[in-house]
Design a protein around this ligand. Structure first.
Ligand SMILES: Nc1ncnc2c1ncn2[C@@H]1O[C@H](COP(=O)(O)OP(=O)(O)O)[C@@H](O)[C@H]1O
Ligand SMILES: [Mg+2]
Length: 335
């Protein structure tokens, strides 16, 4: 196949996207595909830029807003017809316009095929309030929540303490706070609102953190994440070496594993996801399972969670990357 790996973007997850893009590029080359790398900011990489791209490492903190690149390179490449003879564009984008359906809609208008879900499911998954509403409708358990504005007293009365305050449409735990006493509430809402004008306030679920990939409507292996650097799975734990222990397969009973798998597929379908996604859960000490979110374009380095989840099912990283391309091509043939 002729594949363009598109990476970069302008979200706080740009650096993560570069790391995913580099590894997807290598994996697809390894599978003998004809691959080019496209930075959304600068377009097709020349040989020199390609070499430094392949060495990319995720930095410790999310990139500053002034370093965020624009979509200029991708736009002019599309307008010049530079992507028209590719079988598929592999979207190695995370967060922001790359994952929220914006780029997907744009590529659809231009008639350019790409991997992963189309724009509507991406919108549903990115908007946590919309996703949770769909989960409830489809009987996927999700923690109780409220949308700001709401007073600290009302939030605590309805959700208890601690509670979680997060931007409605972000990722990588950016702008998220665990509020342990009522006087921390207003500051947490302010912090979240710096990242999104919509702020979601959620009941805190103690216990374990689980994640699982879904590929072609089939559940992959369940993993458990044990954060090491913070009490929650934050940016540092997510992307720094040793930030968290990631245990695949998770140490669960056969029934618990099956329940997580079934619920993951239910959550994936509730949001009408296509081809693949990664579903995140909390499991409370009483064994109850709570879906936090579905990620439309989860991290895709070979050590990222979705590839590890696929690994449990003996699907290698290069096979996973190739399968994602094939699913996208086949789905479009079916129309
Ligand atoms: N309701 C909750 N109860 C307990 N921990 C939570 C809750 N919501 C979020 N967290 C913690 O914060 C992390 C990020 O939250 P999440 O809702 O997945 O947002 P993001 O889109 O930033 O990944 C989770 O992986 C979990 O560790
Ligand atoms: Mg998450």
């Amino acid at each position: 196949m002729k594949i363009a790996v598109i990476f970069g973007g302008m979200s706080s997850e740009r650096d993560v996207s570069i790391a995913s893009g580099a590894q997807i590029f290598k994996a697809l080359k390894y599978k003998n595909h004809d691959v080019i790398a496209v930075d959304t900011a600068s377009g097709i990489l020349d040989k020199k830029a390609e070499l430094s791209f392949l060495d990319a490492k995720v930095k410790e903190l999310p990139p500053d807003s002034d370093k965020k690149a624009l979509m200029k390179g991708l736009g002019s490449l599309i307008r010049s017809g530079g992507l028209s003879d590719f079988d598929i564009c592999f979207l190695a984008l995370h967060g922001g316009a790359g994952e929220d359906g914006t780029i997907q809609g744009y590529l659809d208008i231009e008639g350019i095929p790409y991997t992963g879900s189309t724009h509507m499911p991406c919108c549903y998954a990115m908007d946590k309030h919309v996703a949770k509403t769909l989960f409830r409708y489809h009987n996927v358990p999700t923690p109780d929540w409220l949308m700001a504005p709401v007073s600290a007293e009302e939030a605590v009365k309805r959700l208890g303490l601690p509670l979680v305050v997060k931007p409605n449409r972000e990722g990588s735990t950016v702008g998220l706070s665990i509020v342990k006493s009522i006087d921390e509430f207003d500051k947490a809402v302010k912090t979240a609102s710096y990242h999104d004008r919509e702020v979601l306030i959620e009941k805190f679920i103690p216990g374990r953190e689980l994640t699982i990939g879904v590929l072609d409507d089939i559940p992959l292996g369940v993993g458990e994440i044990i954060p090491k650097m913070s009490e929650i799975f934050d940016y540092k734990c997510k992307y720094q070496k040793g930030g968290a222990d990631e245990i695949f397969p998770a140490d669960l009973t056969a029934e618990q594993t099956q329940y997580v798998m079934d619920t993951a597929v239910k959550a994936h379908k509730a949001l009408k996801m296509e081809d693949y996604s990664r579903v995140d859960f909390r499991m409370a000490p009483d064994g109850s399972l709570w879906c936090l979110e579905v990620n439309a374009l989860p991290g895709m380095t070979s050590s990222s969670l979705l590839p590890q989840s696929a690994g449990v099912m003996k699907i290698s990283f290069p096979d996973l990357c190739e399968k994602i391309c094939m699913l996208a091509v086949e789905r479009r043939k079916k129309g």
